[in-house]
Write a protein that binds this ligand. Structure first.
Ligand code: GAR
Length: 209
């Protein structure tokens, strides 16, 4: 069983997709052992609660320094002894010590086709605003391992989504979630849980069933 900790900041629809995936068998060999949020009001924490998943909030507001927060965040993750850490809309800069400790064992979902519309400042709705402003016709989402850079780690899965005439950032965001994020995030976890993802340099190799 792959023990997974999911880290969230907001609504938690990707967390929900993972919970549903474990329940309906899309994700196999996996147990969600904990949910961590930096935001005590995150609806994602309610989703964890409703599904009987242990959860905790570690907020930077509760600590005098960033270093102290970073230490407590890593402690909270370690406390669940996870095999995999899943960043599902976790909008906090990951402490370097955590990146080092969970190298190739921490994944993130980003709402664009990396390397487009990613890096510093590109998160949430801003990604979709930028895509519409640039006038691209195809967008999408990416699941990747986390390394020291912002959205630079080895890519595991990507899925493209068409932009439609009249899209607003909100409409596009929803379509990218429905048609890409909620599919590739569960799929990536299932692949990892079944030993099918190998990292070679900055790439991954997905083995066939
Ligand atoms: C998702 O669209 C996710 O891709 C994005 O935040 C949203 C969280 O939604 N993440 C980033 O932008 C990371 N750079 P959710 O809380 O409903 O899953």
């Amino acid at each position: 069983m792959l023990k997974v900790v999911v880290m969230v900041s907001g609504g938690g629809t990707n967390l929900q997709a993972v919970i549903d995936g474990v329940k309906n068998g899309t994700i196999t060999n996996t147990e969600i052992v904990g949910v961590i949020s930096n935001n005590k009001n995150a609806y994602a924490l309610k989703r964890a609660e409703e599904n009987g998943i242990p959860n905790v909030c570690v907020s930077p507001k509760d600590f005098a320094t960033r270093e102290e927060f970073n230490d407590k965040l890593l402690e909270a993750v370690d406390a669940y002894s996870p095999d995999l850490v899943v960043l599902a809309g976790f909008l906090v800069v990951i402490p370097p010590a955590m990146i080092e400790k969970y190298r190739n064992r921490m994944i993130n979902i980003h709402p664009s086709l990396i390397p487009s519309f990613c890096g510093k400042g590109f998160y949430g709705l801003k990604v979709h605003e930028a895509a519409l402003a640039r006038g691209v016709k195809v967008v999408g989402a990416t699941v990747h391992f986390v390394d020291e850079g912002t959205d630079t780690g080895p890519i595991i899965l990507q899925k493209a989504v068409d932009v439609q005439q009249g899209d607003t950032p909100e409409i596009l965001q929803r379509r990218v979630m429905e048609q890409a994020e909620w599919i590739i995030m569960p799929k990536a976890i299932d692949l990892i849980a079944n030993g099918r993802v190998k990292v070679e340099g900055n790439r991954t190799i997905i083995s066939q069933e």
